[in-house]
Design a protein. Structure first.
Length: 97
């Protein structure tokens, strides 16, 4: 089950990143985290930047609404997205292609 918390400003949830994918994509759950595959390498923050941009695009929010609050140098991250609710994050899991 996905670790997720909602407050009045947005949602905090766990993400697990896999690198060097053919394309950026949601890949389901990894333990209690949303598994995201990114095409970027974890060099000079490229994978983090790609992850944040990808989530912003999927949730139709600005890039500045997506912030990594823990795990900058780890595969497992805590992400905070302002302007969304818990159901929007859960819908990402339902709509994985």
């Amino acid at each position: 089950m996905l670790y997720i918390q909602e407050d009045k400003n947005g949602v905090i949830f766990k993400v697990w990143i896999s690198f060097k994918a053919k394309k950026n994509q949601l890949a389901g759950l990894w333990a209690d985290a949303l598994h995201i595959k990114v095409a970027a390498l974890p060099v000079e923050g490229k994978a983090n930047e790609t992850c944040c941009s990808f989530l912003a695009q999927k949730l139709k929010v600005s890039k500045s609404a997506v912030n990594i609050i823990k795990g900058i140098r780890s595969r497992e991250k805590l992400i905070k997205i302002t302007g969304v609710n818990q159901q929007q994050i859960l819908d990402l899991l339902i709509n994985i292609n």
